[in-house]
Design a protein around this ligand. Structure first.
Ligand SMILES: C[S@@+](CC[C@H](N)C(=O)[O-])C[C@H]1O[C@@H](n2cnc3c(N)ncnc32)[C@H](O)[C@@H]1O
Length: 242
């Protein structure tokens, strides 16, 4: 029997993939590591098929290893008699708790068959939500910016775990970046916010990311000049319609 790592997408139940939904509907038990992923899963699975796993709120490596060994033992036992899913927000292989489960199953329960179903990651969904285009031929780096950190270097960065938006904003703008923030993008839980004003999101919320782009970057794509033309057209449009 199989353990499926299913990516649920950023938090809107409609952004679960067709394959992810089919698996959630077919497995015997669905484990979720958090309240938000559980809420999304509940759109596709009745509550009686949601399993319980305990995770301590700790960074102590010994305690974490102990907790994951227990969790993996339970998942492996359930997988002896049926199919099981472990869900995570976004994609299971991007900054995700699924990595702990996979490593622990590989080490202590190598006979368990694992299959990963990718999900829409915040790493790509941010572009649509923030109205950003990552053009072909350009690079994009993923970084963390917890506790006011402001990593610099690449021309374009997506920053996860933004917990002090004003401090991150200050560091990045001083280093010559334009910055946009996104909070609870495509999420059913809580208010979605997209802003360039860090004061609007000064209050800490784990589901906050930022996109930073070096000021004045040239767009090296053939159709980029149409942007300028359409901006000109937009500018004269009101006069024409009068
Ligand atoms: C531990 S990572 C999980 C990433 C997830 N596995 C994925 O692929 O999107 C959590 C971080 O991702 C970002 N994030 C995830 N979902 C988000 C959303 N819907 N809106 C804004 N940020 C999000 C936040 O920066 C958050 O601190």
């Amino acid at each position: 029997m199989t353990v499926y790592g299913v990516g649920l997408g950023p938090g809107d139940a409609d952004l679960v993939t067709v394959k992810g939904k089919r698996i959630l509907e077919s497995v015997d038990v669905v484990y979720s590591p958090g309240r938000l992923s559980r809420t999304v899963a509940l759109n596709h699975v009745p509550e009686e098929r949601i399993g319980d796993l305990d995770f301590p709120m700790t960074r102590d490596p010994d305690e974490l290893r102990r907790a994951w060994k227990e969790a993996a033992a339970e998942v492996a036992e359930r997988a002896e008699s049926g199919d099981v899913a472990f869900v995570t927000l976004g994609d299971p292989n991007v900054y995700s708790t699924f990595g702990h489960l996979r490593r622990t199953l590989d080490a202590f329960h190598p006979a368990v068959e694992l299959e990963v179903v990718p999900g829409v990651s915040a790493m790509t969904a941010f572009a649509t939500a923030l109205g950003v285009e990552i053009e072909s031929g350009t690079g994009l780096s993923l970084r963390e910016a917890a506790n006011g950190a402001a990593p610099t270097g690449p021309d374009r960065m997506i920053l996860f775990k933004v917990t002090d938006a004003p401090a991150t904003y200050e560091g990045l703008t001083e280093a010559g970046y334009d910055v946009k923030f996104g909070r609870r993008l495509f999420m059913e839980q809580g208010e979605t916010l997209v802003t360039s004003n860090p004061q609007e999101i000064a209050e800490r919320d784990y589901y906050t990311l930022a996109y930073a782009e070096r000021e004045g970057l040239e767009r090296d794509v053939a159709t980029a000049e149409f942007d300028a033309e359409s901006a000109d057209t937009d500018a004269v449009e009101p006069e024409v319609s009068k």
